[in-house]
Ligand binder design. Structure first.
Ligand SMILES: Cc1cc2nc3c(=O)[nH]c(=O)nc-3n(C[C@H](O)[C@H](O)[C@H](O)COP(=O)(O)O)c2cc1C
Length: 414
């Protein structure tokens, strides 16, 4: 990717996370791109504009009404930029953007900007959780804003919680999707399952697992950004679904099966990342009460979604995810054959840096032709990018083969 001469607007606002924006500006410049910093008064209270001037080699825009080279600096800036990122984005700037206010360089350029804007919110958990902030974020997402983070972790108050600005890596990734858009999945219809199912035991208890939905959301987000139409069938997830994908909720394994089966005539590719319960209960109608004697409950097996789909769609490209605790490859190879998959992604969920809830995954791709590709430890988004690369590479071969099998003459689809 050649960043040379790409023009990036970096809006900075009055969050303590602004010290990371200095590094962001420096990293963008080191890639060869040009940076123009736009700063609010709050931002200038926390970091001197001189710092940004030195790091970006350009005079930051801090006052729309000061005498400068441009008579309409907000319009000049909006026309100049190839991408616009606000990092950190305070609760205040998010509220202003949602309301369409324009009374400082960042919000005024944002109102003059008619392409997707990237926001990296940073604030204390109470500010982030506030209904006003949440409503504003939803509004901005609906208008196409790309919200990166915030993440969970240590905050300036000394507390731990959600509100930490996303890592620079994630912000740079978001910039890449704007600067170097790939549309190689244009026309594809994709269903992704994600998150954990919940099997009710009685009206208040359920059997579930630790899946966070992060891997599935990354797979869905990348497919959408590369041009596919994506439906996300989601169980319980720790995060919001990505912008631009259609959402279908499924609480139990049975509901997830029904949702997926209702789409079997629609999709070309199904990626099953959800951790679907293998067992369910005959749920009690009332709350099960404590007894002094030990209790036995019966677990019933649930249907295998991928097997059911394969029966109905011998031609679709099916990808399973196998979360394993022993030798992930051996068990995954067995599942690949049993379920008739085209590809299975195996990962060892006992590692602290891979599997449920983590930001990274250590994955092995096993293809139906016996090929094995073991990836290094990568962020889930990177795994998703490689996954789509591999599916796109195999797509043509797969469809020619399946059409020969079914005797179809058309080569459209996907
Ligand atoms: C030291 C300090 C740190 C702050 N950190 C944050 C922050 O991380 N996130 C936030 O939303 N507001 C933070 N604020 C509050 C904002 O600076 C304040 O809401 C301000 O009006 C934001 O204006 P701006 O968005 O125009 O820069 C902080 C204030 C101070 C004094």
């Amino acid at each position: 990717m050649d960043w040379t001469d790409k023009k990036i607007l970096v809006g900075v606002t009055g969050s303590i996370a602004i010290f990371k924006a200095c590094e962001l500006v420096s990293q963008i410049r080191q890639k060869g791109a040009q940076v123009w910093v736009l700063a609010t008064r709050g931002a200038c209270q926390l970091v001197s504009p001189l710092t940004f001037r030195a790091l970006s080699a350009r005079e930051p825009l801090i006052d729309l009404f000061a005498h400068g080279p441009s008579p309409l600096p907000h319009i000049t800036a909006a026309d100049w930029g190839d991408a616009f990122v606000i990092a950190p984005a305070t609760g205040h700037i998010i509220a202003k953007l949602a309301a369409g206010l324009a009374d400082d360089p960042v919000s005024t350029v944002a109102l003059s900007w008619n392409r997707p804007i990237i926001l990296a919110p940073a604030m204390e958990t109470k500010m982030w959780d506030h209904p006003a902030t949440q409503e504003n974020v939803q509004k901005l997402k609906q208008r196409g804003a790309i919200i990166v983070g915030p993440e969970e972790g240590w905050l300036a108050s000394g507390k731990k919680g959600t509100g930490r600005m996303a890592s620079l890596e994630r912000i740079l990734d978001a910039l890449k999707t704007i600067l170097f858009p790939r549309r190689d999945l244009e026309g594809w219809k994709v269903v992704v399952t994600a998150g954990a199912t919940r099997e009710p035991m009685d009206p208040i208890r359920f059997l579930s697992n630790r899946s966070s939905g992060k891997m599935g959301c990354a797979v869905a987000e990348v497919a959408h950004q590369r041009g596919a139409q994506v439906i996300l069938v989601a169980g319980h997830m720790d995060r919001d679904p990505p912008t631009g994908v259609s959402l279908r909720k499924a609480e139990t394994a049975q509901q997830m099966l029904s949702q997926v089966l209702s789409l079997t005539d629609w999709f070309d590719v199904l990626i099953a990342t959800a951790a679907v319960s293998d067992f369910t209960f005959e749920p009690a109608t009332g709350k099960i009460t404590r007894t002094s004697a030990p209790m036995t409950v019966t677990l019933y097996p649930t249907a295998d979604i991928l097997k059911e789909v394969r029966k109905r769609r011998p031609d679709a490209f099916l990808v399973g995810f196998a979360a394993e605790t022993g030798d992930p490859i051996q068990r995954a190879r067995q599942k690949l054959q049993e379920k008739g998959l085209d590809l299975i992604v195996a990962n060892d969920v006992t590692r602290p840096d891979s599997g449920f809830g983590t930001e990274t995954n250590l994955c092995h791709f096993l293809f139906s032709d016996g090929t094995l590709e073991s990836l290094p430890l990568l962020r889930k988004r990177e795994v998703a990018e490689i996954l789509w690369d591999r599916i796109a590479q195999r797509r043509h071969h797969h469809f020619c083969a399946s059409q020969e099998k079914t005797g179809a003459s058309s080569t459209e689809s996907l």
